[in-house]
Design a protein around this ligand. Structure first.
Ligand code: IFM
Length: 477
């Protein structure tokens, strides 16, 4: 099969997140995060797993950057752990925490790799959760301050800043479904959390701009939603899920308004009492890019409320259910593999939001049942097929006119897959959690070949999209 082709200047990378790979949970002054707490609550995470050690990236980051260099990526997306910078979520920066990211960024630059930093990939300082977490506006204010601290230290070298990763998961999986930290099951609290995450994003953008940050954006995980049937009931269910998953974020960020169908979706829960005048302007401040994480479509059918009592109903209970598809392959996460839905989603977003800034695919990948063969090789052909077909789908979206500038594979390493623990392997590099040995899988070699073919074929050779500069040791690919 021939490799998909991308335009000049298109760049490739891999992505990770702090809690999923770093380990060293109590070193150098790091405070506790909501995930440290959640993992310690019996029954929350598969096999009682925690991120205490994870991939030990905190100590092995040089080895991991060497893997990236050998892979030939243009950019690496990592996240900064807020509790390393502000152990209690407020006050001055913990210098040792910033030092770690300083070393990581310098190591990347010395390897010719453009750093892309996510400020919030779900590890909220526990002390802030104890004061209400994202349900309260104060957390948004604190997030803006934290963004300023990180940008003051790293802003001269980080090319691309992502304020939030998948706020849908923070607000609705964390505060409504209870499947992520902090494990709450709420209605109005989750809707308030969603709004305060957006306010926090706006404040972080402001702080990043003030610190002279280069490119600033946010990462969302819009879902491609398909009706189970063409019935009016299923179509209405799709509209409610679309409001919950997508419109909550896209409408305020890119259309300057709150979602049109929120009353139909949540009734009185969506009373808007957590909103203030001026919030929409803050949230809708212009961005340099929008990060999109995409994995799978969701097929939606109308369903009764799971909780008949409106007083205890959560914000994810919107009279809809996901239906299983038996016509396609599923990854080990149980996610259907339907690549053309990636094209459809991107084309649709570009059509619905004409002012959408250029897109970056900040995550895409698959969890598969990898094994190490007797010769030491990991022949992860299912993952290669997944990546190949989704990159083909991405190239089709670009051909259809969607402005997409780069792509990050999720993930560089096998890692802590949240409530699923270590059983789900998303890496293009295998991690043996007993020895911490890294084994590049066949997908790593496949991706390397794709990047190198792109570099040979295009005149810019896979530009980083970064502002040119003269950092010593930087190899300007
Ligand atoms: O592992 C996660 C990541 O942290 C956020 N996006 C989805 C990935 C796979 O579930």
């Amino acid at each position: 099969m021939s490799l998909p082709q991308f335009p000049d200047g298109f760049f490739f990378g891999t992505a990770t997140a702090s809690y999923q790979i770093e380990g060293a949970y109590d070193e150098d002054g790091r405070g506790m995060s909501i995930w440290d707490t959640y993992c310690r609550e019996p029954g929350r995470v598969a096999d009682g797993a925690t991120g205490d050690i994870a991939c030990d990236h905190y100590h092995r980051y040089r080895e991991d950057v060497a893997l990236l260099r050998d892979l030939g990526v243009d950019s690496y997306r990592f996240s900064v752990a807020w509790p390393r910078i502000q152990p209690d979520g407020t006050g001055p920066a913990n210098a040792a925490g910033l030092d770690f990211y300083d070393r990581l960024v310098d190591e990347l630059l010395a390897s010719g790799i453009s750093p892309a930093a996510t400020l919030y990939h779900w590890d909220l300082p526990q002390a802030l959760e104890d004061r209400g977490g994202w349900r309260v506006r104060d957390t948004a204010e604190r997030f803006g301050e934290y963004a300023g601290l990180v940008a003051d230290r790293l802003g001269d070298r980080v090319d691309r800043w992502i304020t939030l990763n998948e706020p849908f998961c923070s607000a609705f999986v964390g505060y409504a479904a209870g499947g992520h930290a902090p494990g709450a099951r709420e209605g109005r609290g989750a809707l308030a959390a969603a709004h305060h995450l957006l306010v926090g994003h706006g404040l972080a953008v402001r702080a990043l701009r003030e610190a002279g940050a280069r490119e600033v954006g946010i990462t969302l995980n819009p879902d491609r939603l398909l009706p189970a049937t063409g019935s009016p009931a299923d179509l209405a269910a799709v509209r409610r899920v679309e409001t919950l998953h997508n419109d909550v974020w896209f409408e305020p960020l890119f259309a300057g308004r709150y979602p049109q169908h929120e009353a139909e979706t949540w009734g009185e829960l969506a009373d808007g009492s957590y909103r203030r005048e001026g919030d929409l302007e803050l949230i809708a401040a212009p961005l340099d890019f929008t990060g999109i994480n995409y994995y799978r479509p969701i097929t939606v059918a109308d369903a009764p409320y799971r909780d008949p009592d409106p007083a205890s109903r959560t914000a994810v209970d919107v009279r809809a259910e996901e239906t299983w598809r038996d016509d396609v392959r599923h990854t080990t996460m149980g996610w259907p593999v339907v690549p053309h839905t990636f094209t459809d989603l991107l084309v649709d977003l570009a059509k619905r939001y004409p002012g959408l800034p250029p897109l970056l695919i900040t995550e895409n990948g698959s969890a598969e049942a990898d094994t190490v063969d007797a010769d030491g090789r990991v022949r992860d052909t299912d993952r290669i097929d997944y990546l190949h077909s989704h990159l083909d789908a991405l190239a089709a979206a670009i051909d259809a006119g969607v402005d997409v500038r780069g792509y990050y594979v999720w993930s560089l390493l096998d890692n802590f897959e949240w409530a699923r623990g270590y059983g789900q392997r998303f890496g293009i590099v295998r991690v043996d959690y007993d020895t911490q040995e890294r084994i590049p899988k066949d997908s790593y070699h496949w991706y390397r070949q794709l990047i190198s073919a792109h570099r040979d074929r295009t005149t810019t050779g896979g530009a980083t999209g970064a502002t040119p500069r003269t950092t010593p040791g930087k190899d300007p690919r």
